[in-house]
Design a protein around this ligand. Sequence first.
Ligand code: B12
Ligand code: SF4
Ligand code: SF4
Length: 376
Amino acid sequence: MVKLEEQVKTLGLKAGFDLVGITSANSFERDEKASIERIRSGLMDGLPWYNEERVTKANRPRVLLKEAKSVISLAVSYNTREYNDQKTMTGKLARYAWGEDYHNVIKDRLHNFVEELKVLVGEDIKTRIFVDDGPMNDRAAAERAGIGWFGKNTNILSQNYGSWVFLSQVITSIELIPDQPLLKTCGTCVICIEECPTEAIVAPYVINNTKCISFLTIELRGSIPIPLRHLMGEWIFGCDICQDVCPVNRKAVVSLDPNFSRLHNVSTMDLISLLDLSESEFNTMFKGTAIRRAKFAGFQRNICVALGNIGDQATVPVLSKVIESDYPDLVRSHAAWALGQIGSSQALKTLKSQADLNQAPDVLEEIVSAIKAAEA
Ligand code: B12
Ligand code: SF4
Ligand code: SF4
């Protein structure tokens, strides 16, 4: 007779997941304590929805589902093939956003899994599903269910798929025998800490959210702090550096999952044509992808920063067009910064022509400091 736990795992694999583990519904005490400390010390600043109330739910499965007995943790790889189409004026998108929005894809798979689970158990069970869309600590659950271990960059590293996995959970009233956490660790490796360009990994297993390029390009709605801009390189949505450099990921199995393969011919994108998109074109182009989360103005802002970092004079006309037209002020002020970084005579001419008191104060401030940078 095949054990119930094995049957549950087979169902998970059949539903389209690559890894399935089980843990109890006990609280994640270490993680709750660490998360509260992280909030209090300002390391989670910038994410107002990530508050202490959320943390106490996220680390207590029985608060999320009062009948909870077990948590089934499911991971799916998004390590789809890379294409070497690097051109000169391109921006980088984090791999997790290359394909369809994982929330939608995984939610469908979780619903199918839960339906099959009900048939398997043959009784009225209670379940609650999570995929990065509610108060659940996905990484803590995955770690305890033996899906992988915490890397020093805080990502969960799985044995065969590395950290290129989305995590999701089903909290359930079914009593299941839990798996054991893996005994693996990063050992003495500190590569990700050394390679993070903004020094956002402030200690092993600790991220300063406000310095992480992923936060700056996706979650931040306002202006990107000037001292961080030149460290962001060409990243226009998310950041994969701490995963790209990780030795465990070198051996990660390639995923053939069609849902996460590249859409829109992206992983690198032509920045000039992207900056020229209207808001409705942006919404149409990125419909059904995670990229919409950055919102139009945020995405255009990121493109300006990438263009400033590339520093190519060929982009002066498009940046000048942005600052001279009715783009959102957020985008115009970052276009000013980019022109200041390029610093050509044409860039300086545009900046000086815009340095008048009709500008919003924060845009004017950016223009003035961009002129200084261009003249330096
Ligand atoms: C908030 C958030 C972010 C924020 C903050 C990042 C962060 N480190 O928390 C921002 C926007 C920056 C972000 C970025 C990214 N994210 Co994010 N994010 C989340 C979210 C919603 C909550 C994470 C959370 O609880 N953070 C709170 C802090 C306190 O937790 P933590 O940093 O993980 O730290 C833990 C450890 O320190 C541990 N701990 C404490 N003491 C000790 C001691 C030891 C010895 C150990 C081992 C551990 C340990 O306790 C803490 C709490 O669990 C989750 C989804 C979810 N609902 O869980 C996705 C999630 C973590 N993100 C994910 C992804 C893919 C990313 C990016 C890779 C996207 C990208 N390419 O740009 C980056 C990675 C950046 C990074 N290095 O972390 C995946 C991670 C998958 C994986 N394999 O781990 C998740 C799980 C979404 C999902 N369901 O798949 N994210
Ligand atoms: S995602 Fe990028 S910025 Fe954030 S911790 Fe990793 S390397 Fe640093
Ligand atoms: S780069 Fe090294 S320290 Fe960082 S997560 Fe990978 S193995 Fe761990």
